[in-house]
Design a protein around this ligand. Structure first.
Ligand SMILES: Nc1ncnc2c1ncn2[C@@H]1O[C@H](COP(=O)(O)OP(=O)(O)OP(=O)(O)O)[C@@H](O)[C@H]1O
Ligand SMILES: O=c1ccn([C@@H]2O[C@H](COP(=O)(O)O)[C@@H](O)[C@H]2O)c(=O)[nH]1
Length: 311
């Protein structure tokens, strides 16, 4: 997409945001529906959920937009990658906190239709691969060379977990520590609001979708993906990288117990998403075994072809 088209799409998005801020009614939001989703062990279902759980996404604007303060400079609208910045946490209770989050939002509250309209001309690339494959490392290169906004679902969840007053902090903490997948209502709302808050049109959605229902719901409710960039890496290589990263990352899940669980969840739940998109020829696979620059040479070749730019 040319800079001109990107700029006009971006201003279109802003127009929708501006007009919606005049007209959109304030919505109520059901925290219990998120908690129900969290408790819903039908998490292995591969069909998109609908109904009351999903309704919660419309009410998550305040939650997600407030998180956006952590991820975007209000002045420059630039994403801040805080992937390695998480601090160790005390033991979390197994139940999510019940206190409501303060409702403070930098975004107007939009209807689902307005949000969808605002994002209709955006380019979304899913970036998938096992834990520690090097997704974030390669996304940083693509941000630099191709002007993408990098949104790591894990980063957004960690930021929400740290947000004072977050209703979902404890829930997210527990899921992440156990290597489990946070209910999609939370993650999709965070992603959607970060996309809207950026005012940009090209997104690398890193570490999402991790499950078929997330993939289907995101594409239906937010925007279809252009393709999936899949970083293939053997477990032993990822394990070595994660254990090394764990020496300094402070991440609660960079330890051997959590890593084993994350590997299992990736194989059983996330890999089928890659298989799904492969069937329709929408996956570009890159080996992540070599050194970062060598990996990026292959990634760049793909992006140069697809975006017809030689930056
Ligand atoms: N090609 C590579 N060769 C060696 N080390 C790498 C390579 N790519 C990334 N790393 C290192 O491996 C670790 C994991 O990389 P990164 O954080 O990019 O992975 P990730 O896939 O985003 O991880 P996660 O899924 O846990 O978020 C980091 O410490 C990073 O510096
Ligand atoms: O869509 C998502 C993305 C992430 N999670 C949870 O976060 C951790 C860490 O994710 P990284 O991509 O490694 O940063 C992951 O293990 C999940 O617990 C999620 O639930 N949904």
């Amino acid at each position: 997409m040319s800079a001109r088209v990107a700029a006009s799409a971006s201003s279109a998005a802003r127009r929708v945001l501006a007009s919606a801020s005049q007209t959109a009614p304030r919505r109520l939001f059901s925290a219990s529906s998120i908690r129900n989703a969290a408790q819903d062990k039908a998490a292995s279902s591969t069909s998109a959920r609908s109904g009351s759980n999903w309704l919660a996404i419309t009410g998550l604007t305040a939650l997600a937009a407030t998180s956006g303060y952590y991820l975007f400079s209000p002045v420059e609208g630039k994403p801040v990658n805080n992937k390695k910045a998480a601090t160790p946490e005390p033991e979390a209770p197994t139940q999510p906190a019940a206190a409501p989050a303060p409702e403070k939002s930098s975004l107007p509250e939009l209807s689902a239709a307005d949000k969808k309209k605002a994002l209709q001309d955006t380019t979304v690339i899913f970036v998938l691969g096992g834990p520690g494959a090097g997704k974030g490392t390669q996304c940083a290169n693509l941000v630099r060379d191709f002007g993408f906004v990098h949104l790591s679902a894990g980063d957004l969840l960690r930021a929400e977990q740290e947000r004072p007053g977050s209703q979902y902090g404890e829930l997210i903490k527990t899921y992440i520590r156990e290597g489990n997948i946070v209910p999609m209502e939370v993650t999709i709302a965070l992603l959607e609001n970060a996309m809207l808050a950026s005012g940009q049109t090209r997104f690398l959605i890193d570490g999402f979708p991790r499950k078929m229902d997330q993939a289907l719901k995101f594409e239906e409710a937010v925007v279809p993906s252009k393709f999936t960039l899949y970083f293939e890496c053997p477990e032993e290589v990822m394990l070595r990288r994660l254990m090394k990263r764990g020496e300094t990352s402070g991440r609660a899940d960079d330890n051997i117990e959590s890593i084993k669980k994350r590997f299992r969840v990736f194989t059983e739940t996330s890999y089928p998403v890659i298989e799904h998109y492969s069937k329709s020829g929408k996956v570009h696979k890159v080996s992540c075994v070599d050194a970062p620059d060598a990996v990026y040479a292959n990634v760049k070749e793909i992006f140069n072809k697809l975006f017809n730019e030689n930056k």
